[in-house]
Design a protein around this ligand. Sequence first.
Ligand SMILES: NC(=O)c1ccc[n+]([C@@H]2O[C@H](COP(=O)([O-])OP(=O)(O)OC[C@H]3O[C@@H](n4cnc5c(N)ncnc54)[C@H](O)[C@@H]3O)[C@@H](O)[C@H]2O)c1
Length: 299
Amino acid sequence: MSVLHSVGQRIYSQPSSLHPPSLVRHRTPAQSRQGARLRRSAVVHVCAQQKTLIVSGTGNSEGIGRAAVRVFLEAGWKAVGLDVKDPEGEEDDEVLQAHKDSYKLLKADMTDSDQISDAVAQALDFFGEKRVNCLVNNAGIASPAMPKEKKERKGAFEAYIQTNLTGAFLLSEECTPYFAKGDSSIIHVSSIHAEFADPDTHGYTCAKAGMRGLSRCQAVTLDKRTRVNVIFPGYIDTPGASEEVTKEMRDWHLTGRVGSNKDIAEACLFLGDEQRSGFITGAELMIDGGVSAKLFYPQ
Ligand SMILES: NC(=O)c1ccc[n+]([C@@H]2O[C@H](COP(=O)([O-])OP(=O)(O)OC[C@H]3O[C@@H](n4cnc5c(N)ncnc54)[C@H](O)[C@@H]3O)[C@@H](O)[C@H]2O)c1
């Protein structure tokens, strides 16, 4: 039996009986060293687990959540997406189709704790083990404007808080027992609105600002176990964005362009990957093409 058989993992090496002792005896020292290196890399390969992601708000094919699913799948992760609506465009998505066995898009309403609980159980079933390496809290009412009608404003305010903030809290709590110790991360997709307000966006602005506090509190609570960070996207060209992109808007950005769903998804992958961002927790990342760096007074 080879050493690799004994660790009880998938087998990539041949049983040692296939290598007669005479062949082994005639190896040069360099060949032996190379053999040892290959065996070590095989062991690493055998032991490496496929990392697991849960991301909310994956219903729109061009939304940030779906882009995150694609980017993590391409990096070799398993991914489960959750959304209150049926997933659109799944069949036409080349990346999803290329990784059919590694992802699942489920229906779940982030305002309903029973649905969240059920969805996380389904995700763990799909992963085949009770381990979550990364959670991206991205679902939300993406359009910031409050209704003008006085009688609708209280309900609208509460809906923003329940969906965009309480939903992130509930999904995080549900995943917490399963976060891999020292190899897990929560990423909250907040907004530039957490820092700067537009008129009449009370519900959205308060919910997104609340995610900052949630992120910091979770970071200290999940100390040594799970890293927690929050990102503030600026204008990202998705179906959820509220305005058409004009030349004036592009020029307003230091980057000469507005953001794409992939810009945010790549940042999530960076923050979710322990190897790349293992020292980053309790942090806030503005991703706005430099807009918030400008000091702006009317001329
Ligand atoms: N696009 C931007 O410019 C921008 C900027 C800053 C922040 N954001 C934030 O990024 C996130 C994604 O936005 P997007 O632009 O991809 O828009 P999007 O509308 O595609 O994404 C939001 C998703 O959340 C889902 N959702 C809404 N309520 C839900 C609920 N109760 N339960 C489960 N899912 C629910 C929607 O169905 C939708 O699929 C949002 O939280 C949004 O506030 C977007």
